[in-house]
Design a protein around this ligand. Structure first.
Ligand code: PLP
Length: 361
């Protein structure tokens, strides 16, 4: 059997008519950047996430960058985040010459451990940037509460958790600013790069929208130093089609995630823990095993692709070597990054494929 890690081919074949016609409509409109499709998408995203404002943008990374720019992060400022994430989270902090300050993760959810945040807060701390890893929201209420006590902004990196719920609220709408990614393999993906920023604060929304488009207030009048962070109409049109199917896809992901966990129950693997008050959209279905290399080899030989999210903690990356961080400070991240591995997952994985994968584990 040959299995896709994320089955984008079957997804396209199922939505083909809708996607093709949406894309052709953009071609005939000749409105390629921003415009109607983009504003309609933003309205629909606001409806889905139930936040007041949505600013679409060119990627999840730019969403995080714009969020930090909008709160005027300065060189030397500190932003607290997790070391067990994709590089983008810490990268945007460093790009603005601020300092990423890492807090170790919770061993059951792999998200930032709120009980260890406060000891890292000092007079230079400006924001906390939790990541909702693998599609499960972090402990956002605890984090918001800590932030409130210290007057900090909370930016949710929801690049993997679009569609997830936390105490009845939607991911991206769990703190001051929520940022997501529409990279093709994310739970809601486009056919290129894309992202979005959500907030309930109108002033912040206006500033982010302006910074997203060269800091323009009106055309050729530039109030801020911004970026070209615009989403294009083709991606918006594709996202509108896919958003219409997202509830079904999320339901299927949750079903398949739980099914993996049941099937793997008796094996020597650590399956993901999802807390009772939230859902995971299983952007990744990741397990921990003792002999990871051997398991990966065995699965790959059987035509089952695997991935490791993430093999190297962010503080160990060469690009962040200047921070001189001692890995001993992060025992949980060290342990998890040595044993974690991801199995094929998407709304289009079949039960038959899943049974086959589990058999080889
Ligand atoms: C994918 C991802 C990003 C970056 O999103 P892009 O759209 O690829 O720029 C940021 N943070 C996390 C946790 C991600 O998984």
């Amino acid at each position: 059997m040959k299995i896709d890690f994320v089955n984008l081919r079957v997804q396209y074949s199922q939505y083909k008519e809708e996607i093709d016609s949406a894309v052709l409509k953009v071609f005939s409109s000749c409105q390629f950047i921003q415009g109607d499709e983009v504003s309609k998408l933003e309205e629909e995203l606001v409806g889905y996430v139930r936040a007041k404002h949505c600013i679409s943008c060119s990627s999840g990374t730019d969403a995080l960058l714009l969020a930090l720019m909008s709160i005027d992060i300065q060189p030397g400022d500190e932003v607290i985040t997790t070391p067990f994430t994709f590089i983008a989270t810490a990268e945007v902090i460093s790009l603005l010459k601020a300092k990423p300050v890492f807090v170790d993760i919770d061993e059951s959810t792999y998200n930032i451990d709120p009980s260890r945040i406060e000891e890292k807060i000092n007079s230079r701390t400006r924001a906390i940037m939790p990541v909702c890893l693998y599609g499960q929201p972090a402990d956002m209420d605890d984090i918001n509460e800590i932030a409130g006590r210290h007057n900090l902004i909370v930016i949710e990196d929801a690049a993997q958790s679009f569609g997830a719920e936390y105490k009845g609220r939607r991911s991206c709408n769990l703190s001051h600013i929520g940022c997501t990614s529409f990279f093709p393999s994310k739970p809601l993906g486009c056919y290129g790069d894309g992202g979005a920023i959500f907030t309930n604060d109108e002033k912040m929304a206006d500033k982010i929208r302006s910074m997203m488009n060269h800091g323009q207030a009106r055309r050729y009048e530039h109030q801020y130093i911004g970026i070209n962070g615009r989403l294009d109409a083709l991606q918006a049109a594709i996202l509108r089609v896919k958003l219409g199917h997202l509830d079904d896809e999320v339901q299927r992901r949750v079903y398949l995630g739980k099914r993996y966990t049941e099937l793997l129950n008796r094996k020597e693997v650590v399956t993901p823990t999802v807390k009772d008050d939230r859902t995971s959209v299983y952007a990744q279905y990741s397990i921990r095993v003792n002999d990871r290399e051997r398991v990966i080899q065995r699965l790959n030989e059987a035509g089952i692709p695997t991935a490791i999210h993430y093999p190297i903690p962010v503080y160990r990356q060469e690009a962040l070597g200047y921070l001189n961080i001692n890995p001993d400070e992060y025992p949980v991240t060290e342990e998890v990054s040595r044993h974690i591995m991801s199995l094929p997952m998407s709304a289009f994985l079949t039960e038959e494929e899943q049974d086959y994968i589990v058999r080889y584990i």
